[in-house]
Structure formats: C-alpha cells, structure tokens
Design a binder for this molecule. Sequence first.
Ligand SMILES: CCCCCCCCCCCCCCCCCC(=O)NCCO
Length: 614
Amino acid sequence: MTVWSKLTYVMPDSVRDMMESYELYTGIQNNLPNVLAAAAVLYAVWKLTNFVIIKRKLNKKREASKIQIQKAKAKWCEVVDSDSRITLEEVDRITSMNFADLTKSLKDGGLKVVTVVRAFQRKAAIENQNFNFICMPIDADDVEEYARELDAMPVSDRGSKPLFGIPLSVKENEDVEGYCATLGCTRRLGVISEKNSPRVQVLKDLGAIPFITTNVPQGLLSFSCANPIYGVTTNPWNAKREPGGSSGGEGAAIGSGASVFGLGSDIGGSIRIPASWNGVTGIKPTAGRISAVGRHTSSPGQTMVKATAGPLASTVDGLIMAMRAFSSKQMFLEDPSIPQQFFNEEELLSQRPLTIGVYYTAGPVEVCAAAKRAVKEAADVLASRGHKIVPYELRDAELCSTKFFPAAVFGDGGAHLVNLLYGDELSHDISPLIKLLSLPLLLKKALNKIISFAVVDYAAEVIKKNEGVASVNDWCILQRELQEYIHLVISDWKSDGIDAVLCPPMPVPAMPLGDPQLAKSAVSYCVTWNVLNFPAGVVPVTRVTSADEEADKKNFPPKDMFHRVLKRGLTDSAGLPMAAQIVTLPYHEELCLRIMKELESEVSFQPLQRPLHT
Ligand SMILES: CCCCCCCCCCCCCCCCCC(=O)NCCO
C-alpha cells in the first residue's frame, strides 16, 4: 500500500470524492514525490517568511527602545554628574566607606541619606561610562523623594529600618515597579513591572533605596554579560575581561565602587561568579528559603535545580543584612508561600570550633595556581582561628555538572528559551546554544552522535542534554536519582562530622571578553552546590600574582579545547581578584555567613580603589 493510498483510506468519503472529481487524486498519486517536495518547500518558505517578519518587528521594537533608553540614561548621567551639591572628593569618601561604617553614619545622622544617594548616583554615572553595568537608572526624583523622607525620620526611630538609606542596585530580572525585566530579550521590552518583587519591596521597606537596575547576559544562562538591548558589561579590574554573569552588572557595579549592596540570582553560579571575578562578596542561599515571586528566569517552571535570588555586597555585613531582611516578618507577610525561617542570630554569632572539609579540584575541570592558593590561604586562616581543616572529596563530583544540571536546565529541550528568543538578535555568547536548542529533535540526535566523537566525554555528555528528557517517567527517575544523591552527600557530611566545605568557586580568574562561551565547563565548581541545593558564598581572598601566572604557564594542563581556552586566559591575569567558596548544609546560611565573615576579617584583600578626584 502506497503512502497516498493509506492517506485516501483514512480520508472522509466526501473529501476523496471531491478530489477525485477534480482529478486531483490520480494527479497527486502519480506525482507524490514532487507533491511532497513542493509541500516541504512551501512549509520552509512559510516558516522563513514568518521568521523574517518577526525578526523585522523585533528589530524595530528594539532599536526604538534602545534610543529611548540611551536618551533617558544620558539625561540621568548629565543631571547627576553635574550635581554641584556633591563634590568628587565627597563621592570618593562616601563610596569607599565600608558597609558597616556607612550604615552606622546613616543611622546616627552623621551622613544624610540624600548625600549618600547622590554620591552613589554620581559614582555610578561616571563608572558606567567605563564598564556599562546600568540597564536603567531609577527616576532621580523618586530616589530623592524617598531619601528626603528617610532623612526626616528622627534618629531614635531609625532602628526599625536596618538598611536605613543604603543605596540598592537591582539585577534586571527582578520586578521593580515601573521598569522592565527584559533579561536582555527584545520580546520582554515594554512589559513594565506593575509592582516591586517581594525582595525589592522588603529591602525598600527596611530602608534601602533602589537606584539602578543592572545588566545581565541575554536569557541569563551565561557567565558573560552582554545583550543586544543594553550592550556589553566589562570588568572594572580590567575592562578587557568579563565581569561574570549572569549578575554581571551587579558584580561590576559593586566591584567598581558604584554600589555597596545589590540583588542578584543564581542557578549555576550567577551570584558567585561575578562576585569572585569583581572582588566582592555574594551568597547563593538555599533555593526555597527566599521568595521566588517577581524574579524572571530562562526556565520558569523547572523545579529540579532551582534558581534563587540572593545578595551581593562590598562586604559580608551587607550579605548578613540582606539575609536578615529576607528572613524577616515583613518577608513572610509579602510572600506567605515560603517557610517562616527567621534569621538564626545564634548560629551567626556562635564561636563553636568547626570541622571544615577542603578540596582544590573536583571532576574533570582543572584549577589554576591562584585559585588553589586562594583556597589554601583561606584554609590556613580558618585553621588559625581554631577550626579543624580536613580533606574532603565530594562523591561522584562530576554527576552534578555533567548529568543533573544540564538535564534539569534543558529538561524542556530549551523550548522556553528558544521561544523567548525566536527572531531576536542573539548575543555572541548565547547564539550557538540557541541555534543548537532550536534544531528539530531528530537533527539534535544526529548531531549529538557526531559531537560525541568530536569532543571530550564530559562535554559530549553535557551537550547531549539539549534533547530534553524523553518522558515524564524519565523526569521522575532523574528527580529520584537526584534526591538519593543529595541524601547520600548529606549523610557523608554527617558521618564525617563536616560543618562546612571550602573550595574554589571558579577554576580561573575573570576570563578575557568572549571566552566563557568557549569554556562553559568552568561553571562546574559553582553548579555542584545549586544541584545539591546547599547555600554557598564567596569571599575575595587574594589577587593573581606573576608567580601564579608563571606556574600556570608550566603546569596548567591544556588537556582539551576547553582547558586550552582557560589556559590562554591566564596570560596577563596578574592583579585580578580570586575568591574562596564556603558551603554549608541546606538552610544554614547563617553558618556560611559566620565563616565568610571570619575569613574576610583575616585576609588582607583590598577592594578596587578608583578615586574620581585626582
Ligand atoms: C564537568 C564539566 C561540566 C560542564 C557543566 C556545564 C553545563 C553547561 C550548561 C550551560 C551553561 C550554563 C552557564 C550557567 C551560568 C550561570 C547561570 C545562572 O546562574 N543564571 C541565573 C539565573 O537566575
């Protein structure tokens, strides 16, 4: 039976009769291959035309918005930078204060809120010209109004606002009333947030003043920081380097001194990578402890490996303040769907000596000399404070990054991300991924077969996950395996008496611009703790030295194409900041912060100084 006769067999009689009466039946039957080819061509032409129309529409929309955005930013920069009410000396003095001193001076009235806010606005306006971390400045009049309202508050009442007058930068994927959360995607331009996310609202209620939104990579699934709407953000320690991502705008804003306190999010290192690469602190909390309402991601609905919001700050004090705010009565009122776990002050202040497991490398990704030295220095500091440092080996370390993470994040075969970016201009770092995810399943399968011969095993294993999970049953099996794995790791910690783990957050310092897309495997040291859902924070410890660079020239193994990219980026890296990562059991952020604070107080890391007044 031919295909055509099968078709006619299932056709309703009336249709068959009609076709026969027009002599189509025999015509089509005789020319079936040509008819099928013509249908395929028609379908392709229709798809292509549709794509071109959508692309044109999106281009028009983006270009129009870009002009508006640039105009608004230029006006804001001009106004704040020509503000004669604050001198550059004052800007330098205020923006270089540490978080604790700044908070204290604001609360006791030593510094006026309007002065502090103007200082950070002016610093941000100037540094943004160098590193392009701002998406949108928050309306200067609104900021001034809230600052004045706070200044009018009697000093004796300010205790109810722990973040009294602290300027807050906000990653662009958070809802801020009246602004867009585009994630760098044109389709989301013009979608104005109707209210603040619970996190922004609570921080604001507690006295913080949102003053800028900050840049992200397109779609958030990258540790570069570029998109076709807001452009490329660079690293303030070296503008030829990446600031990390996806909270890269936060990293660059805080790293350059234009902000001291910011809000980011993390599903695979997006808080910890920019914090490490810009010499600032950051913590990825346990997903589920912090409200997820009003925060946008590239895989909404995917709950196997969850993204979470979290803070970045110039020092650990800022992170503590943020975590207190996120575990406060106000927060539980804003979002009653999160568990009421109040901030555990006792755990933060405890002096109990701890057992801290340490590792320098895990899985197939090698670590550079400075990254190992940062962890070693951190271990020595913590040992000198009376903690017991023991070697730690994470069981089946590569499972997290080669299996669970990509399988979860691409469980839908990338469908959401592909739809979000359909017809959009793609930024360089996400383009290959989107093109791969857009292929029909059969083609993906064929290509993955070829790739498995062409690239190293662990990468092929990751790339294969672009197919998505085959069935609900497979998804459930994966979820079950992950739950078992998490519980095995927790029992290892318990039986070895481990309170925390110390390890590198990234194998290398800030990479040259454009390199992350060629070495995505670098995220494996962060991804592990997203998959396990353990809180993890980073503290800057040291800077790359020329001795580190020399050592890597000799010893860093260029064992495959990814390692060759990592290695080439180590040239001229001297001076860049290096951090250590601290991890604790789920829902023990307070213990993580305690260790981070101890570490911070002992290391001699100096934040970047970029005085404006010369
Ligand atoms: C042992 C080799 C492992 C390789 C693992 C790599 C997985 C590749 C998957 C694609 C790359 C994803 C980069 C993630 C960057 C950070 C994303 C993030 O946290 N976004 C925040 C969302 O709120």
